[in-house]
Design a protein around this ligand. Structure first.
Ligand code: SF4
Ligand code: SF4
Length: 134
């Protein structure tokens, strides 16, 4: 959602457009409707439009405060042992496709633990095999 927002109190009077010193506001009249346009690249964040709007329609606070805006959300995959986020489901899919195997989701801590367990397992199997050969 854009941080420069105009609420439903806007009457489309264009006072803000006419007074914007940076020409960051514009409008288009199309199909019986008027749309207000804002260009964040041109905007100097001077707040003049916010002060001049007779309706208090410009919601400028978030824009001025420079708050973080959520731009996309994707599903997370968590470590099967501790639940710590490991990667996103999309990254897991890409890795699984490339490696041609279904990866078990393990965080770095438990991944090294699993590798160690596999190593011990291999060693003990090797010892057993050596014992059989004797
Ligand atoms: S000055 Fe306010 S009411 Fe007029 S067009 Fe701009 S935002 Fe809408
Ligand atoms: S904050 Fe200033 S530069 Fe930006 S749209 Fe409003 S009047 Fe224009």
């Amino acid at each position: 959602m854009a941080s420069f927002q105009v609420n439903q109190k806007c009457t489309g009077c264009l006072a803000c457009v006419q007074s914007c010193p940076a020409k960051a506001l514009s409008y288009e009249d199309q199909d019986g409707q008027r749309s207000l346009l804002h260009n964040p690249l041109l905007c100097a964040r001077c707040g003049h439009c916010w002060r001049i709007c007779p309706e208090g329609a410009i919601e400028f606070e978030q824009f001025l405060q420079g708050k973080w805006e959520k731009v996309i959300t994707t599903d997370l995959v968590r470590c099967t042992v501790c639940g710590e986020p490991v990667y996103t489901a999309k990254v897991k899919q890409i890795l699984s496709d490339r490696l041609k195997e279904d990866l078990e989701a393990l965080c770095p801590r438990h991944r090294s633990g699993a590798a160690l367990a596999a190593w011990h397992n291999a060693l003990s199997t090797g010892e057993r095999l050596k014992g059989v050969r004797k």
